[in-house]
Structures are given as C-alpha cells and as structure tokens.
Design a protein. Structure first.
Length: 201
C-alpha cells in the first residue's frame, strides 16, 4: 500500500474534494468515484493553493464526471453488461465526447504520447495499442467506474513505452495510477463482463 502522508478537504462552489498526499506521487491526479465523491492525490508537501488552482483548472471535467455518475443507469449485481443496439449508439456517442479529451489529459499529465485514437464496439477487450502508438478503446468502457476507465486508458498509454506485459510494464502502469493500485483495480475490472448485444424488442 502507498504511504499516505497527509489528508484534508478542499471546498469549491459545492464541490468537496478529498486531498491526499502520497510519498510515491509525482504529480496531482483527480479521481471521481461512482458515489460522486472526489479525490485529488498529490506529491508530498504540495501547497494548498497549488491544489486549489489545480481543482479550479479542472472544474468543468469534475462537474461533467459527477453528472455522468448521477445520471448513469444502475448496473446489475453481477456486473454483466447486456445492451441493445440503440444503447450501443448512445455509448459510442458518449465515448466519442469523453475518451479523446480524457486520454489526452492523462497523456499530457504523464508526459506520454500516442499517435491516434479509435472508438470501437468490440466486446472482446477494453482497449489495445499497436506498435505505432495508435490506441483503440471500446465504447463499453463508459459503463465502468471513473477509476476503471482511467485504468484502461493508462494501461494503453503504458503500452506506448512498454509493448508487452512484463514486470517493467506493470511497474510503469502502477506508477501512472494515482493510488498506485493496479492489482486492486484489475481485480475490479475482471468483475465486469460484456455478455451479449441483444436486439431491441
């Protein structure tokens, strides 16, 4: 477990952000959880004014993410995903609006680069990255939690520097995650299954 050094709450126009400083953190990163709570992880000794300014710069993204979870349909207890063609269209439209900006944000935040992005409707994998650095992301990631969407995106970004699943790759990915908890997040991700795409009644 990463060592937490400090914790406090910042409030901004109705938003309550849990700020946590971690010894292993190298940059500030935001997480919006499914219960609409917000966490900002920071490097040690990050000034409160710097954290507040970071929140202000990302306010629009925070509010969009919170609203997305508030209006998101409830998932089944088993996390099996079964959608109609009409729902696939909606998911693809949402992904086309959200994923490009989020992927670019995460890439810039971590000093990474990718060559292109394609949104797909594949049910066999959440994402992929080829040797040219072109990333493909399934629109079904929009049914995941915010932290799991970021896991998928950071997983593919990690492939831009490590085109394998070696120990170096996992070390790279773990360092990119705000809570440095790849194993725990992968366990959560494996609970989700796209079982079928059924026809509209």
């Amino acid at each position: 477990m990463p060592t937490q050094l400090k914790r406090y709450i910042l409030t901004h126009e109705g938003l309550n952000i849990n700020v946590k400083e971690y010894r292993a953190s190298r940059s500030m990163k935001l997480i919006v959880h499914t219960d609409c709570t917000i966490t900002l992880t920071c490097p040690p000794r990050t000034a409160k004014i710097r954290a507040a300014n970071y929140i202000l710069r990302n306010e629009d993204w925070i509010r969009q993410a919170v609203e997305r979870f508030r209006t998101r349909p409830p998932k089944s207890a088993s996390n099996d995903i079964s959608v109609t063609p009409a729902q696939v269209k909606v998911l693809r439209e949402r992904a086309a609006k959200y994923i490009p900006q989020r992927l670019q944000h995460l890439a810039a935040l971590n000093g990474l680069h990718f060559e292109g992005l394609t949104i797909t409707t594949t049910t066999s994998k959440w994402g992929s990255c080829n040797t040219l650095g072109h990333i493909r992301i399934s629109c079904f990631v929009m049914l995941l939690t915010e932290e799991l969407i970021d896991l998928v995106l950071l997983h593919e970004l990690a492939h831009t520097v490590q085109m394998n699943h070696s120990s170096k790759f996992h070390a790279t990915l773990n360092a990119l995650l705000p809570m440095h908890n790849e194993k725990a997040l992968n366990k959560k991700l494996k609970e989700y299954h796209i079982t079928k795409i059924r026809q509209d009644d």
